[in-house]
Design a binder for this molecule. Sequence first.
Ligand code: GLU
Length: 477
Amino acid sequence: MCAAASDRPADRPVVTRFAPSPTGYLHIGGGRTALFNWLYARGRGGKFLLRIEDTDRERSTPAATEAILQGLRWLGLDWDGDAVSQFARKDRHAEVAHEMLTRGTAYKCFSTAEEIAAFRAVAEAKGASYAVFQSPWRDADSSTHPAGAPFAIRMRAPRTGETLVEDAVQGTVRFGNDQLDDMIVLRSDGTPTYMLAVVVDDHDMGVTHVIRGDDHLNNAARQQMVYDAMGWEIPVWAHIPLIHGPDGKKLSKRHGATAVGDYQAQGYPAAGMRNYLARLGWAHGDDEFFTSAQAMEWFDLPGIGRSPARLDFKKLESICGLHIAASDDAALLHEIEGYLAAAGHPALTDPQRDLLSRALYCVKDRAKTFPELLEKAHFALINRPIVADEAAAKALDPVSRGILKTLTPRLQNASWTKEGLEPILTETASEHGIGFGKLAAPLRTALAGRTVTPSVYDMMLVIGRDETIARLEDVAG
Ligand code: GLU
């Protein structure tokens, strides 16, 4: 029977999912997979679900689940409803395996591990490099079943012809059915296999689009058999190429950070990460810098490339810089505090928070990361006496100390605006026969202890009159 067009997954309300195995941190590739699913669902008024694939009890840990959730939260990828535990659904998986038996699309296999090994040994002795096990129980009459003996449930897979996976990224991918065995869906101890659990969960969760790494493309062929065996609609597949390092090799620790949490601890803003990760393997024309709202509107499967994307840290930084500059100050401050905690730095004190928030307007341009921004904001975060770094200390010779001394009384009654301060500083410089730059250098040292700072006016306005005068008096000759 042909399904009505409106029943096809592509026409139902969109439901996507991210299905990590909780065996470690959230990998940058996993973060991008989650992002693509999130963008696809959110841009279409659909649902984005989270399933923790914790059936491997040896390798799954609550700490890894927490690390993954934390990585998603930091990236700002919110999911609908509660995260689903795959392990908690094992009874449902077993139920479906038994339903396959009833439908005749699966059968009880009583072969022991030794018998299967012996089958393979014979095939290999005949020269086969890999032997698809052909169970003698596939067509056995139930009257021949050994009573009370343990059995696995195997799929009755087609032995001839091809399985076609229609993939939105990879196109039509063909698999010879002679390469696909009668895979086990329920082991003899009653536990479901991964291949069964994924399909049952995706079906029950109403998943319409499966967007995941192309390392799962082979699984799609086998998973389709489960859909067919149950008469369920196959979702839209989109298998995305993996992320490679800048050198084109498979991404590994030697390329730098691979965990999403590392990027948070290195001070990249989440909006910048989302933007950059969205561009990693997907394109919308030449657009490089965009908001998540734009990405939701634009994101589509045909825009995903077929070749692996290369991580480019320079591009990541430049995109992050643009997001920092475009951020609303309150949100930026909040995110900086999150960064400090993630990086294990001391939290801001109340006065520091206040001063940093007043300084943001003059430090957020051209800072590519939060450490860079905080370095520019150094003047607002420090207490007297200001300790100058080596380069800055050189600007404080006896002559410039003397000049700063003549400046302080003039600041007492100045109007504390750039317009009010400008004539005082330029007049002081010209009275001493020096250019403004020669005055600005010792001022930077006195106010910030650094040579690279925001403009001296901005620093004076942020820290205020009393603090400015006090810092100048500390160094004046
Ligand atoms: N749990 C699998 C993984 O972490 C993903 C399975 C899927 O997306 O279908 O690689």
